[in-house]
Write a protein that binds this ligand. Structure first.
Ligand SMILES: [Zn+2]
Length: 310
């Protein structure tokens, strides 16, 4: 993390030098510009804006947020933005040093999303609470609705003449989130089983808590581990057998083989679940939204909760 800070400060020097040598860089349009770190906030801002603002995301589609390093051009984007939206938490630790180094006059309006919702304590794979807060707040659809509304408020303050547009767009999007939220609730309520087995990392604590789902996972939170302990593997296998689970889950863009290996051993199927933390290149090119990903999650959940006791 220290190294990341050094790199960020070095990049800031490079950027500052670039500014000094060629004067103020002009924005390309009169629209206000919103820059976000990760996909959920890009999607929320895009849905509030619907083309009224310029919305840009720093994390490249198809890449992993946990290994993100800002480039000089990312820092220029932040400095030039009217509004900068980031999550807060471990994955965004690089942000603070960059914001600190920008002078007050250069700073965009900043929204740190973890400030707007109630945090949950991180949990280890055995469901013991840790000291740190879990950062994956957007996987709760209630949180998503709150955050859409907060983005709309902030964008409206910056661009008052389009206030009614932003307000309408945000209400429309919140309604879409509510609709898929009800669909997921119906899926959970109509299933006897309330337990999901995720043979992968588990950035889904807020989602599971919102829908009162029980869970087992291979690795807690966004652990960088790729090989679970034998204990953990046998715990997962036991759960699958005891609860007669037919479908287990893995995450989008997964980099480990745990779910596939488990599925082979237990004769279960594997479905993909989307944390929405980042988005694939293909989905990005097709303008897939957070709501679309939650609809896919609802379909995966129907299978994951339909065990042999139903
Ligand atoms: Zn994560």
């Amino acid at each position: 993390m220290f190294l990341k800070k050094i790199i960020s400060i070095f990049l800031l020097f490079v950027v500052t030098f670039a500014f000094c040598s060629c004067g103020e860089v002009k924005k390309s349009t009169d629209k206000i510009s919103v820059v976000t770190t990760i996909f959920p906030y890009y999607d929320f801002a895009r849905s509030v804006s619907k083309g009224t603002c310029d919305v840009d995301m720093l994390l490249k589609p198809g890449s992993d947020v946990h290994s993100f390093e800002p480039t000089p051009s990312d820092i220029i984007k932040i400095r030039n933005a009217d509004l900068f939206i980031y999550n807060g938490g471990e994955s965004d630790e690089w942000v603070d040093s960059i914001l600190e180094s920008l002078g007050d006059t250069d700073k965009p309006v900043v929204m740190k999303m973890t400030d707007y919702v109630k945090p949950l304590a991180e949990m280890d794979a055995d469901h013991h609470a840790e000291d740190e807060e879990d950062e994956h707040i957007w996987t709760s659809l209630d949180n998503a609705k709150t955050l859409v509304s907060k983005i709309s408020d902030e964008v409206s303050k910056l661009d008052q003449k389009h206030k009614t547009v932003y307000n309408k767009n945000s209400l429309d999007y919140i309604e879409k989130i509510s609709k898929v939220q009800i669909e997921i609730e119906n899926t959970v309520n109509s299933s006897k089983s309330k337990k999901i087995v995720v043979g992968d990392r588990f950035p889904l604590l807020y989602f599971a808590t919102e829908f009162s789902l029980d869970w087992e996972c291979a690795f807690p939170g966004c652990s960088t581990e790729t090989e679970p302990s034998l204990d953990r593997l046998s715990k997962l296998t036991d759960t699958i057998e005891k609860d007669k689970i037919k479908t287990i889950l893995k995450l989008e863009m997964s980099e480990n083989k745990v779910a596939d290996t488990l599925a082979d051993e237990t004769n279960t199927k594997v479905r993909t679940f989307y944390s929405a933390e980042s988005v694939s290149k293909e989905d990005f090119a097709n303008n897939v939204t957070y709501v679309d990903l939650m609809k896919r999650n609802n379909n995966a959940l129907k299978e994951a909760l339909s065990n042999d006791t139903n």
